[in-house]
Design a protein around this ligand. Structure first.
Ligand code: GTP
Ligand code: MG
Length: 200
């Protein structure tokens, strides 16, 4: 799929105020700093579309980006940011969880994982929560430029093992990306295009 147009539409914490024109949408979720906003820029080939930061906790709202006037990419705040206050964590939990549970237009959640890290309990728990709520998921490993192939495959395999053991009987689609090197974005675009075409 070629991205002819990409534009920011709206930010908010209230799902009632998200766009209501019933276009399909695809959300990016994962730990703070995993590279959600960067990947939205890489996929859309628009460098400054989503705001990124080297410090965790940059994205604080639900952000809708309209692609080709046909579907949305949705950038979400990250979870697991150690310095977030308890109240902020609770607010996050309530509006993000409401988004996932209530948003009928959500076709697929992409759960991002930093490829450098060993499996993290918080990611496994969030996967389990999405599965329990029947939200279709795909996994995206980010920052693949940071590891050599062998080390990368080792991390992916250890994730696969724990996902099979604790979350799924058969694995969901898995993508490996680098926003820095613009790797893997086209596979995600093709995947989205296929899902869109199945919607008719
Ligand atoms: P929050 O909005 O805080 O939840 O973070 P986020 O998941 O949106 O992360 P963001 O895209 O802001 O990126 C966090 C940091 O990781 C930034 O310093 C990015 O430059 C860096 N980063 C993101 N993707 C990549 C990548 O593929 N490779 C490398 N080397 N760095 C990356
Ligand atoms: Mg962000």
């Amino acid at each position: 799929m070629f991205v002819k147009s990409a534009s920011f539409v709206i930010s908010n914490t209230d799902i009632e105020k998200c766009p209501n024109n019933n276009l399909p949408e695809y959300a990016f979720i994962g730990r703070s700093n995993v590279g959600k906003s960067s990947l939205i820029n890489s996929i859309s080939k628009r460098k400054g579309l989503a705001k990124t930061s080297s410090k965790p906790g940059k994205t604080q709202l639900i952000n809708h980006y309209l692609i080709n006037n046909k579907w949305y990419l949705v950038d979400l705040p990250g979870y697991g940011y150690a310095n977030t206050s308890k109240t902020k964590k609770q607010i996050f939990q309530s509006f993000i969880k409401t988004y996932f549970i209530k948003r009928k237009q959500l076709i697929n959640a992409f759960l991002l994982i930093d490829i450098r890290h060993d499996p993290q309990r918080i990611d496994i728990n969030f996967m389990r929560w999405l599965v329990k709520n029947q939200i279709p998921i795909s996994i995206i490993f980010t920052k693949s430029d940071k590891l050599k192939t062998h080390a990368m495959n080792k991390k992916i395999n250890s994730y696969k093992q724990i996902m099979i053991r604790e979350v799924w009987e058969s694995l969901p689609p898995i993508f490996v990306t680098s926003s820095l090197k613009n790797r893997g974005g086209d596979d995600i675009l093709n995947y989205i295009e296929n899902l869109n075409s199945e919607l008719g």
